[in-house]
Design a protein. Structure first.
Length: 375
């Protein structure tokens, strides 16, 4: 049984070490919503909302998520006894459309609290089987093909198992080709964040010659049908990110042939229960999955690392170590990548596996709200 009685919401501002540019926008400082959840037994866990400042990835932003959590999500869980954390997702979906990132922040936090309460590592609670996870890097759009090739080469030298290259019209084939020429045998992929249409199929087909692991979400953020048409034209597997917002959309992808790989971001699908369901479905269907990232702080990263320890996460995730993003992370220990390009799943302690640096978080906090169960 689990009953959360208090959620403290905070917004912090955390500057990225370098600006991150994708086809739909650029971010240089993350505005991050953090949640501190406390249950009736006194167990505490932290979670993170991955919504960005602008609605360029999905319709959610940190500001819509803040409102949704305060007004709609928290009231559905505060003071409510759930048999298990896996029951929260259904309670948040009933007559409540959208706001997946807001829901996920609370739902995942409840998984974190459950792990604390039961005295088990989060990865064990959800059935993780790996002790270490393979790490990939996501490189933002660079100013020139050479700059990209240099960054990609440095990443491979550091041990990264996969290099994801952000592309957009005008910065695509020549850029990816430069990386491929610099790294003939590296695992490379491209991510377009919806920057193309089916009219660009000939251009995207040129990427087929560059031996990519996959091309991620080239077409519209909510599209499946056109991706299916494009997949029929390409040898390279398509991977869907933005379009997969639920188990049902994953099933639709398979039914339509809209892609052959899924990037699971728990924030995008409403949390861990939906992530687990998509993972299990994909495993049955022979669809590999990997864990995507949303430039999370060390708190959100803890959940991604736990998720990526499940058996069908067979491809390297966008789960870079803390120092890739931040001068100083907000957790101790920081997330570190070993020379072999892996991160250890924290299995030696209960909960999410890291401590938050509360003094630092207090210093970074720009707003705060304490939400409690009705008396
Ligand atoms: O499309 O995967 C994406 C970051 C923000 C929004 C969308 C995406 C990304 C990334 C970052 O690729 C991956 C990471 O967190 O390292
Ligand atoms: Mg993506």
């Amino acid at each position: 049984m689990i009953r959360v009685d208090q959620i403290t919401l905070r917004e912090i501002r955390l500057p990225l070490r370098e600006a991150f540019r994708i086809s739909s926008g650029v971010v240089s400082e993350r505005r991050i919503a953090l949640l501190e959840l406390r249950d009736a037994t006194g167990a505490v866990s932290w979670s993170e909302c991955v919504a960005g400042e602008e609605p360029n990835y999905s319709s959610e932003t940190i500001d819509t998520a803040w409102l949704a959590i305060e007004a709609y999500v928290a009231p559905r869980v505060l003071g409510v006894a759930f048999d298990a954390p896996g029951d929260v997702h259904a309670a948040l979906e009933r007559d409540f459309r959208g706001h997946q990132m807001a829901k996920a922040a609370v739902e995942m936090g409840i998984w974190g609290v459950a792990a604390e309460q039961q005295g088990v590592p989060l990865a064990r609670l959800i059935g993780g089987v790996r002790e270490r996870i393979a790490v990939g890097i996501s490189l933002g759009i660079q100013t020139s093909p050479q700059a990209l090739a240099d960054k990609a080469s440095a990443a491979v030298a550091e041990g990264y198992h996969k290099v994801k290259i952000k592309i957009e019209p005008g910065r695509d084939v020549a850029f990816v080709r430069a990386a491929r020429e610099a790294l003939p045998s590296a695992e490379l992929m491209a991510d377009a964040n919806n920057a193309y249409t089916l009219d660009d199929a000939d251009l995207l087909a040129e990427l087929d010659d560059l031996d990519l692991m996959m091309i991620e979400q080239p077409l519209s953020h909510d599209d499946l049908v056109r991706h299916a048409a494009l997949q029929r034209r390409l040898r390279t597997p398509l991977c869907l990110d933005e379009s997969i917002t639920s188990l049902e959309r994953a099933q639709d992808m398979v039914t339509l042939g809209a892609g052959r790989i899924i990037n699971i971001k728990p924030g995008r699908v409403g949390g861990f229960a939906a992530s687990l369901a998509i993972h299990d479905y994909c495993e049955q269907q022979g669809i590999p999955v990997w864990c995507g990232g949303m430039l999370e702080s060390g708190v959100g990263r803890a959940y991604n690392v736990a998720l990526a320890s499940l058996s069908n996460f067979t491809l390297p995730g966008d789960v870079s170590p803390s120092r890739r993003y931040w001068a100083h992370d907000i957790v101790t220990p920081e997330w570190e990548m070993a020379d072999d390009g892996t991160i250890a799943v924290p299995l030696h302690r209960p909960g999410i596996g890291v401590d938050v640096d509360l003094a630092r978080i207090d210093a970074l906090t720009v707003r705060r709200a304490v939400l409690r169960s009705p008396a």
